[in-house]
Design a protein around this ligand. Structure first.
Ligand code: NAD
Length: 500
């Protein structure tokens, strides 16, 4: 028997329903969610059938075309989103516990995500009322302006690694811009999205403006991506599913943004303090058990310090306290699901067969509090080759590969040598070199001497197969708007293009 010492304060044994047209309703089936910390049933959740998905789409369409939402001012929407941010904070401990129970991450990470979700709604509440258009100086008598308008009905499909935060990244800019939404959480982690719908209801969001439909991707996500009633699809998830979404969106050429996977490099030069670099490398790969799209999963280390870097990294990784997310001393939790756990263990076997050497971990993590849960030891591979699968493919677990380099250009070449281009970091004390290297990285998010900093104010998204478009910042807001030019003739006289 697994021994989780800390009992949860929240009761998740309650009804978890769909939210359609302002009502919480049952679906056509029920899924039993599993607590990844012990592999036991956590609670039941309602899942949508075809009919409910269609209802949710129609509700969002009706709310956009004929509801009161279109008539709200930016200030009205800002006020509502500010209230929502407060509600999230008021219910912060509860949301954090639900998140930890559902996806396994340590409570300290869930608390951070809750705070970040509230901050995201606040950022977009503020942005809603800021100037967004242009006044253009064209020949009289036309008065011309360019305005931004909501796109319309937005389908939003999100993954399981940051369930509440991903919902916030999707809903906050969409609502600030005046759109209506159908949100589909991951089938593994729908709980905080449903709780968020309850909070939206409490702050007075009109019916149909946000609809939450749970269920499997092909059954629930795909019809949203295909629907001709939907104007935009915003997707976060794997490259494989991203390509399916892009195909489905062709039905009516809906606008598409895709936030996909990564295999991000962290380059360490020998001039940088070694202990600090190791400390960041641990954070880069083992935070959220490596289930982070921007995880620093490839450690590209200068040959002069390679062996000592590996020695210190392995020593510290071996000390990471793996355990249930609710335990206060847990530093790394379980993986989200049995499927993900098996997938990561399979990748570790692939790495062994490919001939890479394991310097740390390489197995499931076992122990008194870990029985039944999906725990994997923090794992470090060395003696890798660039064409190995463990170097090229996203593992999405606590597994880092080390690549050795000699010379700056070699580091850049290794860093850019994958299909992905989400994030990347360089650690050096040489500011000129830091500039050169970050500019040479083909990635949308870069860091110098730090890792994982994410700001609601800055665009998030990738180069190459890491996606299309950007979320967050003003870029993320613009991705939920159409641009319209408005030309007003203030002194109309006949144009007389044709003779009378
Ligand atoms: P996934 O692609 O399997 O699923 C993501 C979502 O898509 C889920 O809600 C799923 O139900 C849905 N889905 C699956 N098949 C579908 C279909 N045919 N039509 C419509 N929807 C479908 O990804 P995942 O395993 O949930 O998440 C992990 C992936 O997400 C990783 O690749 C990770 O890098 C990526 N991710 C990217 C970012 C980013 O910002 N770039 C952030 C978080 C996660």
């Amino acid at each position: 028997m697994a021994q989780t010492l800390t009992a949860p304060k929240v009761k998740v044994d309650r009804a978890w329903q769909l939210y359609i047209d302002g009502k919480f309703t049952n679906g056509t089936s029920e899924r039993i969610l599993i607590n990844p910390a012990d592999g036991k049933p956590l609670c039941k959740v309602q899942e949508a059938g075809k009919e409910q998905v269609q209802k949710a789409i129609e509700a969002a369409r009706k709310a956009f075309d004929h509801g009161p939402w279109r008539k709200t001012t930016a200030a009205d929407r800002a006020a509502l989103l500010f209230k929502l941010a407060e509600k999230i904070e008021e219910n912060g401990e509860e949301l954090a516990e639900i998140e930890t129970l559902n996806c396994g991450k340590p409570l300290r990470e869930s608390r951070f995500d809750v705070a970040d979700a509230a901050a995201c709604f606040r950022y977009y509440a503020g942005l809603a009322t800021k100037p967004h258009g242009q006044a253009v100086d064209v020949p009289a008598p036309s008065v011309t302006s360019v305005v931004r308008e909501p796109i319309g009905v937005c389908g939003q499909i999100i993954p399981w690694n940051y369930p509440l935060l991903m919902a916030a990244w999707k809903l906050a800019p969409a609502l600030a811009a005046g759109n209506t939404c159908i949100l589909k959480p991951s089938e593994y982690t729908p709980l905080t999205a449903i709780r968020l719908a309850e909070l939206l209801e409490e702050v007075g969001l009109p019916p149909g403006v946000v609809n939450v439909v749970n269920g499997l991707g092909p059954a629930v996500g795909q019809p949203i991506a295909e629907s001709t009633l939907v104007d935009k699809i915003a997707f976060t998830g794997s490259v494989k599913t991203g390509k399916i979404i892009a195909q489905a969106a062709l039905s009516n050429l809906k606008k598409v943004t895709l936030e996909l996977g990564g295999k991000s490099p962290m380059i360490v030069f020998a001039d940088f303090d070694l202990d600090t670099a190791v400390d960041y490398a641990l954070f880069a790969i083992y935070a959220n058990a490596g289930q982070v799209c921007s995880a620093g999963s490839r450690l590209i280390v200068e040959d002069k310090i390679h062996d000592e870097f590996v020695r210190r990294m392995a020593e510290r990784a071996g000390k990471i306290k793996v355990g249930p997310g609710l335990e206060p001393d847990t530093e790394m939790g379980p993986l989200v699901s049995e499927a993900q756990y098996k997938r990561v263990l399979d990748y570790i076997e692939v790495g062994k067969k490919e001939g890479a050497a394991i310097k740390c971990g390489g197995n499931k993590a076992e122990g008194k509090q870990l029985e039944g849960g999906y725990y994997i030891q923090p794992t470090l591979f060395t003696q890798t080759k660039p064409n190995m699968r463990i170097v090229q493919e996203e593992i999405f677990g606590p597994v880092a590969v080390v690549q050795k380099f000699a010379g700056e250009q070699a580091a850049i070449d290794l860093a850019n040598d994958t299909q992905y281009g989400l994030a990347g970091a360089v650690f050096t004390n040489d500011v000129t070199r830091a500039h050169r290297v970050v500019h040479a990285l083909r990635a949308g998010i870069t860091w110098v001497n730090t890792y994982h900093n994410t700001y609601n104010e800055c665009p998030w998204g990738g180069y190459k197969q890491s996606g299309w478009g950007r979320e967050l910042g003003t870029y993320g807001f613009e991705a939920y708007t159409e641009v319209k030019q408005v030309n007003i003739n203030i002194d109309p006289v006949p144009v007389e293009w044709f003779k009378k």
